[in-house]
Design a protein around this ligand. Structure first.
Ligand SMILES: [Zn+2]
Length: 316
């Protein structure tokens, strides 16, 4: 096994975005990789190159009708995939499939024991639901990866840990009644930010009631507020004993993001990643992947994601 962190890059995932002036532009990949190059981590990083996901892999989470709709609208290249946040730009099907493919490649590499840690920058598209796009997210790579881990590798207890400023509603509602999906999510209180969900009372439904952890934070919450909430995430994961960790590292929880109101620094992302690596070593044979998630202030996303990769590298 390599001690290096496997980091994905390539034009096919860089292409995921919606053009100027949409906040989710296609420049985010290069901005991150430029910062990562500057950080001098070259001898602890291996680069992975993504493949597109197969339709059958997309269908592990999404409905056939929805996959078909994305394919048709991507070819037409106009209109909206949802009510007005996620435009059907030309080629978005291929770009979204490549993001999913990169995440599944990372899962394969980690499960085969080639690397313990992997990071995919333009992934973590956590708003997409099983039958619809939402909030800049076309295919829910994290939801697909959870189903893929179960079906391909027999991993039942996946922990999906989300520190993006927005609630991971696509994953939450995709597995709301599923007790095996561990779900701790720190986010800005839904009364102040899209998508409006993720109240503390939302702990799962049916036989999964009491198994999910939603922690809404007030606008303006800082690193101290993050640390206080993070203790609850750690205690939850120790109790639930995951077998694999997927971290959604959205950088829009940092101060200065143009569309959110949390005020963390990149220290929060570094500490969360280091903590999850310790938990992964304890319970998951070291297995963790990080996905970039949101983040619309370019400097913030470059720094926060680089600190996550650095924490992954230092944790070996
Ligand atoms: Zn976000």
């Amino acid at each position: 096994m390599s001690d290096s962190v496997l980091v994905y890059r390539g034009e096919s995932i860089a292409a995921y975005g919606f053009g100027d002036p949409h906040p989710f532009g296609t420049d985010r990949h290069d901005v991150f990789h430029a910062e990562l190059d500057e950080a001098g981590l070259g001898d602890v990083i291996d680069y992975g190159h993504p493949r597109p996901a197969l339709v059958d892999e997309l269908a592990l989470f999404h409905t056939a009708d929805y996959i078909d709709k994305v394919s048709r609208m991507s070819a037409a290249g106009k209109g909206w995939l949802d009510a007005g946040d996620t435009p059907a730009v030309p080629g978005i099907y291929d770009a979204a499939s490549s993001v999913v493919g990169a995440v599944l490649c990372a899962v394969d590499e980690v499960m085969r024991g080639h690397h313990k840690r992997a990071f995919i920058p333009i992934a973590g598209l956590h708003h997409a639901a099983r039958a619809s796009a939402a909030g800049f997210c076309v295919f829910n790579d994290c939801g697909i990866a959870i189903e893929y881990l179960r079906k391909r590798f027999g991993i039942e207890r996946v922990a999906y840990v989300d520190i993006d400023a927005h609630h991971g509603d696509g994953v939450y509602y995709g597995f709301e009644d599923d007790p095996a999906l561990l779900f701790p999510d720190l986010h800005e209180d839904g009364r102040f930010l899209y998508p409006g969900t993720g109240a503390a009372e939302e702990t799962g439904t049916g036989r999964a009631r009491g198994t999910k952890l939603n922690i809404p934070l007030a606008p303006g919450a800082d690193d101290d507020d993050f640390r206080e909430a993070w203790q609850k995430v750690e205690a939850y994961l120790v109790k639930m004993r995951p077998q694999f960790i997927i971290m959604q590292c959205g950088a829009d929880s940092l101060e200065g993001d143009p569309i959110t109101h949390l005020c963390w620094t990149e220290e929060a992302h570094a500490e969360a990643a280091a903590s999850l690596c310790r938990l992964a070593d304890e319970y998951c044979e070291g297995r963790i992947i990080g996905t970039g998630g949101g983040g619309y202030n370019r400097r913030n996303l470059a720094r926060a994601w680089t600190r996550v990769v650095q924490s992954f590298a230092e944790s070996h």
